[in-house]
Design a protein around this ligand. Structure first.
Ligand SMILES: Nc1ncnc2c1ncn2[C@@H]1O[C@H](COP(=O)(O)OP(=O)(O)OP(=O)(O)O)[C@@H](O)[C@H]1O
Ligand SMILES: CC(C)(CO)[C@@H](O)C(=O)NCCC(=O)O
Ligand SMILES: [K+]
Length: 259
């Protein structure tokens, strides 16, 4: 069985695969202080509720938080007796290399998302991920990541408004009935919802103009469905994009005789 770990700045998702077959996934908040033993206790408890035994013999990690990787490596070494592949490290091979300014370290989640979307949708894509940050990743004809856009994430923006303005409460993101809010909460919800619709629409439009060719838009992340309600912004929504990509990269390394 393969264990895929996707560490974002807010949440970490673990998924288990038997060959190409997806078995299960679990989410835990990202915290660099969490030890390998803590991860293992958590994972074993969750697996106890499943119909399969925990029998991991390979691991792959993508982490946007570098400090978390140490304890995840220890987890793989100590409990599963495997050396994990870590996306972005030189010993993890990628089917296509990114084309960006030299010295730039591309977020591993963005690399994984682009390779995954290319596998499912082919060339010329814009991948939008609604995570801690809202990112746009552009995929070239050969599947390479060639750059993109990083904007503050939806929940981060809501939090920033609450933190920075003494009279503004914390509100949950939702689609408001009207644009003109008639109370504070409705005004904030409108600003965030319509602001992000405008952001996505505008950025996608500009990328298309700059690339001067048809490009499909693939969305992922917990909030993607919220922004898809009748606006025709996305050609597809895929909630398992990063995990599918991690499994692909693992299989690619295995085929190449690496690890
Ligand atoms: N309507 C909503 N309002 C607020 N949060 C939501 C809503 N719908 C989904 N979510 C949140 O989206 C999150 C899933 O998003 P995702 O995994 O893409 O990003 P993340 O965990 O926030 O960020 P990162 O991957 O950068 O750690 C879940 O934690 C879920 O609580
Ligand atoms: C942009 C985020 C935070 C999105 O998760 C992550 O991909 C990251 O930390 N990236 C590093 C910088 C870059 O991708 O260019
Ligand atoms: K993510």
């Amino acid at each position: 069985m393969l264990l895929c770990i996707d560490t974002g700045n807010t949440n970490t998702v673990f998924s288990i695969w038997n060959g190409k077959k997806f078995l299960s996934h679990w989410r835990i908040s990202t915290d660099h202080r969490r030890t390998a033993d803590e991860y293992f206790v958590w994972l074993s408890t969750l697996i106890a509720g499943q119909k399969f035994e925990l029998d991991i013999n390979a691991c792959i990690i993508s982490s946007t938080a570098p400090r978390v990787v140490f304890n995840l490596r220890v987890l793989c070494n100590r409990y599963f007796d495997t050396r994990p592949l870590v996306v972005g490290k030189p010993d993890c091979l990628l089917p296509v290399a990114p084309r960006v300014d030299s010295g730039t370290v591309v977020g591993p989640d963005r690399l994984v998302n682009t390779l995954s979307a290319f596998d499912r949708h082919g060339p010329d894509l814009i991948v939008v991920d609604f995570g801690t940050a809202t990112t746009f990743d552009v995929v070239d004809v050969d599947g390479a990541y060639i750059g993109g856009v990083i904007a503050p994430g939806v929940n981060l923006s809501l939090e920033a408004l609450h933190m920075g303005a003494a009279s503004l409460p914390h509100v949950d993101v939702t689609m408001p009935a009207k644009v003109i809010g008639t109370n504070t909460v409705a005004c904030i919800q409108s600003g965030i919802f319509w602001g992000y619709i405008g952001l996505v629409d505008g950025v996608v439009r500009q990328i298309r103009a700059e690339r001067d060719r048809p490009m499909k838009v693939i969305a992922t992340g917990g909030l993607a469905p919220l922004f898809d309600q009748g606006f025709d912004l996305f050609d597809a929504i895929e909630d398992d994009l990063t995990m599918h990509g991690l499994r692909l990269i693992h299989d690619y390394n295995k085929e190449m005789g690496n690890g």
